[in-house]
Write a protein that binds this ligand. Structure first.
Ligand SMILES: [Zn+2]
Length: 73
């Protein structure tokens, strides 16, 4: 007997290590080598080794980045 597939697959969750690299904020996953870089000046985002079945989370907010959000209000 086969179990039916659930409509919403459980996503695996990885926690990224986040650090700042110049204008870039880098979220790097030590488990699967996923890497998301976002440029806090231009908003540009680049992803390396994207994983569709894995949810990545991580947070890093340099003080400059925070002030950008505050200025939007
Ligand atoms: Zn990962």
């Amino acid at each position: 007997m086969e179990f039916p597939h659930t409509p919403h697959e459980e996503y695996e969750r990885h926690i990224c290590e986040s650090y700042r690299h110049g204008d870039w904020i880098v979220h790097h996953c030590p488990l699967c080598n996923y890497e998301l870089r976002e440029n806090w000046r231009t908003g540009e985002i680049s992803v390396r080794n994207p994983k569709l079945k894995i949810k990545h989370s991580g947070s890093y907010f340099p003080t400059e980045y925070q002030s950008i959000f505050e200025n939007l209000n």
